[in-house]
Design a protein around this ligand. Structure first.
Ligand code: MYR
Length: 414
């Protein structure tokens, strides 16, 4: 029996226990960066590298319909979202998201979030301790809702932030976090669905050209408006990922703590270094483990075959730590991005290829803009990092420092 005829064991259980390490550990033994396995009972092909990114994002090879398992839709993305569409349907729905690529919109979101930061942070100085993850999620929730034109009363800020975090936190587990995520999604979809109904019925005004206004007017490929439920799902697909930047913000604080010398250049306002630092945070720390699609036809990649309908995975975490691409990939070294900017299909924490035509996250520029602003502000903040568990368990998806990054003695810069 050779490697090709041996029945493949299903990797689902080991994936759930090994988390981020599952794919990269197995890929390490594959010099061609391609691997056959089974996942949730389906033949699966895992690929990695810039050429593989182009293969993966070519719709003639890989399609999205039916690719995302229901437990991920029921928590993270919702039912009927842009992530599950192909061809003309995808192109038309993507029109709603493409303005997010515009630098003016990025600047607008950053302005809202930094205004909220300036309002919230002084109160940290009076507190015995602050859990950065929780507080940043509140700041991002307030900022993104104000920017998107979504009303948010003062007394619903913390519960909304908790729900948005829960949806991300529960997508890759079948334990209590998963059920919390489903309940959170139910609450937030209901709330936004009522908001969409109110705008459409004229009971409430939406700020002209805001994200809320645009979702109520968006037309799909068939020329029809989104139904109220799908509009709520896609609104959440703008605000939830923005709040998910909390994970990267805490990784930013972790990096500043472990490599404090980086802080000097951030404090000095070195914008090229700040941009490189943020790219290194997005490369180095674990966020999306991999991305998936379905083989559109019988496919072969570097000699490995996958039948039509099989699963194709892009090994995101593995590619961001690929020795050949990065050299010394487990060293945190922002300078690597000063020496040479990352190629489009090399650095793929939020997917690869062109966000205008494919499934790369259209919010990548928003993430980068927010992190540059937050990194500079975190570097200028004075605080103590008390004894705590800052380990980042790779078996938990999504992961973050276990303590959430506790700060004491916070003092704002004069
Ligand atoms: C967001 O809120 O959308 C940001 C969080 C994204 C995490 C990305 C995880 C991707 C999981 C895809 C699973 C595909 C399985 C075949």
């Amino acid at each position: 029996m050779n490697a090709h005829s041996r029945p493949l064991t299903d990797g689902s259980l080991t994936l759930l226990t090994e988390g981020y390490a599952w794919l990269p550990d197995r890929m390490r033994r594959r010099p061609d960066h391609v691997m056959r396995t089974r996942l949730m009972g389906r033949p699966t092909l895992a690929v990695r590298g810039p050429e593989a990114v182009r293969f993966f994002y070519d719709e003639r090879n890989v399609r999205r319909h039916g690719a995302i398992p229901e437990p991920v839709l029921g928590t993270l993305f919702g039912h009927g979202p842009v992530h599950t569409l192909d061809g003309e349907a995808h192109r038309a729905r993507k029109e709603f998201f493409l303005p997010l690529l515009h630098p003016d919109l990025v600047a607008g979101l950053v302005a809202h979030v930094t205004r909220v930061w300036a309002e919230e942070v002084p109160a940290w100085t009076a507190r015995e301790q602050v859990v950065l993850f929780d507080e940043v999620s509140v700041i991002l929730t307030r900022g993104v809702c104000a920017w998107a034109g979504i009303p948010l009363d003062r007394d619903e800020v913390r519960s909304t932030a908790r729900d948005l975090v829960a949806m991300v936190d529960g997508f890759a587990t079948l334990g209590p976090r998963h059920w919390r995520a489903r309940r959170a999604r139910g609450r937030q979809e209901d709330r936004l669905l009522r908001l969409v109904e109110d705008v459409r019925s004229g009971r409430r005004d939406a700020r002209a050209d805001s994200v809320l206004d645009r979702v109520t007017r968006h037309r799909d490929a068939d020329g029809g408006l989104l139904d109220d439920g799908t509009a709520a799902v896609e609104l959440l697909n703008v605000i939830r990922p923005t709040v998910a930047v909390s994970w990267f913000a805490v990784f930013t604080a972790h990096a500043l703590h472990r490599w404090p010398e980086s802080g000097d250049r951030l404090r000095a306002g070195d914008s090229a270094y700040t941009a490189a630092f943020v790219q290194e945070v997005r490369r180095f720390y674990p966020f999306a483990p991999f991305l998936g699609g379905r083989a559109a036809r019988d496919l072969s990649w570097r000699g490995e075959r996958i039948p039509a309908g099989g699963t194709v995975l892009l090994d995101v975490y593995g590619q961001n730590h690929d020795e050949e691409l990065w050299g010394d990939p487990y060293a945190f070294r922002p300078e690597r991005f000063l020496d040479r900017p990352a190629g489009r299909d090399e650095l793929v924490p939020q997917g690869g290829a062109d966000p205008r035509t494919g499934h790369r996250c259209p919010g990548e520029g928003l993430t980068i803009g927010l992190l540059e602003a937050l990194a500079a502000r975190l570097a200028r903040l004075e605080y103590t990092v008390p004894e705590q568990d800052l380990s980042i368990p790779l078996g938990r998806m999504p992961t973050r420092p276990r303590s959430g990054f506790v700060m004491t003695g916070v003092r704002t810069p004069v």
